[in-house]
Design a binder for this molecule. Sequence first.
Ligand code: HEM
Length: 498
Amino acid sequence: MGLIEGLPLHTYGLAVVAALALWAVYVFCGRKRRPGEPPLIKSWIPFLGEALKFRNDSTGLLLSFKQKYGDNFTLYMTGKYITFLMNPLQFGSIIRSNKHLEFEFSDQAGSKAFDFPPTVNEKFPELNEHLHRMYQYLLGKPLDTLSDKMMKTLQDLLKERFSQATDWKMEKLHKFCFTLIFEASFRTLYGSDPDSCNAVDVIGDKFIKFDAKFPLLALKVPIAFLGSTKRIRKELIDFFYPKKMSKCLEVSEVVQNRMDLFEMYKQLGEYDKAAHHFAFMWASVANTIPATFWAMYYLLRHPEALEVVRDEIDHLLQSTGQKMGPGYSVCLTREQLDNLVYLESAVNESLRLCSSSLSVRSIKKDFMLKLEGNLEISLRKGDWIALFPATVHMDPEVYEDPKNYKFDRYVEDGKRRTSFYKQGRKLKYFLMPFGFGSNICPGRFFAVNEIKIFLFFLLSYFDVEIMEDKEVRSDKSRIGLGIKLPDSDVIFRYRVRS
Ligand code: HEM
C-alpha cells in the first residue's frame, strides 16, 4: 500500500483546508496598490498568475488590459509583479532611468541556464563590465571583418554543398536555414579546428535539444527536472573547453578577446570559461536562425516581393561587375549592403512579425518614474518593469494593416523609411526586436547583416519556390524570449540559376 492510501481520511480533509487557507491568504491578504502606483491586476492563480494567458496570446492579453486600465499597469506573473509600459512614446523614460534599473537576465538566469558562475560577484571583480566592453568588437571595423568572413563562409558552404543542384532539389526550409546559419556563424565567430568536422554535424542535434528546453531554463525550472538536458548541456560545454578552442584557426576578435579576458581571471575554472563561450554561441545563433527562416518564408510566400528583392540584388551585382556562381566570389562593402533598401525592408518586416522579446529590467529601489507629459508612476524595489514591443509592432495606429506582411513597409520614395507615428507624434521606438537601452542586443548589426547576406546569396545563386501551401504559425514556447520558432517546417525547392 502506498503512503497516500495509508493516510486516514481526515488527513486529506486537513490538507485540502490548509491549501484553501493558503490560497485565501494569497488572494485576500496579498499585495495592495499604493498611491501613485499603476493599476494592479490581481490573479487568482498563485505563482503563475497571468503567465498561461500571456503565453497563449501575449499581445491580445496586454492590449485588453491597456483598454481597461490605460497605458501602464502591473501584472503578476511567474512569481513577479511586472509593470508594463504600453505607450511607445513613453519608452524613453525607462532608458533615462537606467541607474535605478538592472538587467538581471543575462547574469542570473543566464548563469543558471548555461551553468557559469554569476559574473556580478565580488569573486570576479569587474568581469561583467569587461564582458560588456567586449561588445565593441561587434561594431565598426570588427563588424565589417565579421560580415566579410560571413560572406566568404556562406558562399563556400553554398558552393560546397549545393552547387550540384542544377535540377530542382527539395529541402525543409528551417532545416536548411539552421544548417547554413549555424555553421557559417560558428566558423565566423569561433574559427575552425582543422582536425575536426563541421560544428553543425558534431553539436547541431545537441544544440536543438538544449534550445527546446531553454524556455523552461529561463523560467528557472531546475535542470534536474528536464530529463537528459543536463547531460546534453555538459556535452555542449565540453565542446568549448579552452584547450580545444586554442586549436581553432581564424577566431574572431570578439571571441579571442573574451578568451584572453577569461585567462586573466584565475578564479574561473576551465569548465566555467567553456560555459561562457557556449552561452555566447547560443546567443549568436538561437534567434538568428528562426529570424532567417521567417525572412525567407515570407519572401517565398510572396513571389512579388521576392522578385523586387531579387531585382535589387541582381542590379547591384551587375553594377559592380560581380557574378555569383561556381568559380566566382562576391564581396560587398557595408555601404553596398546598406543600400539594398528593399532587402533591408523585407528583413525588418519579418522581424516585426516574428519577434516577441519581453524586455525586462528589475527595479533596484523604490522610485518615481517620470513619464512624458508631466506624468509619473511609483515603482517598487524588487518588481520588474517591462516593454513588450510586439504590441507596438501590431498597433494599427503605427502600422497600417499590421497583421499583413508588406515587404516594402520600410521603404519610402525608394529610400529607407524611418517615420512612423503614434498620436500624431513621430516614434523613436517603432521596431524593437533587439531590446532597448544599455542592454540592447550587442549582436544586432551582425545579425541583420547575416540575414541579408544569407538572402543575398540564396536569391542570387538559386531559383527558389515554396512547395507546400500551408501557413506556418509560431510555436508559443518562445513567447517573450526573442524570435518565435515556427510550429512546423515547410518544404521548398531550389536549383542553381542558369
Ligand atoms: C535576429 C537575431 C537576434 C535577436 C532578435 C536578438 C535579440 C536579443 C535580445 C532581445 C536581447 C536582450 C536585450 C534586452 O532585453 O533589452 C539580446 C541580448 C544579447 N544578444 Fe542578441 N539577438 C540576436 C542576435 C545576436 C547575435 C548574432 C549575437 C552575437 C554575435 C547576439 C548576442 C547577444 C548577447 C551577448 C546578449 C546579452 C547582452 C547583455 O548581456 O547585455 N545576439 N539579444
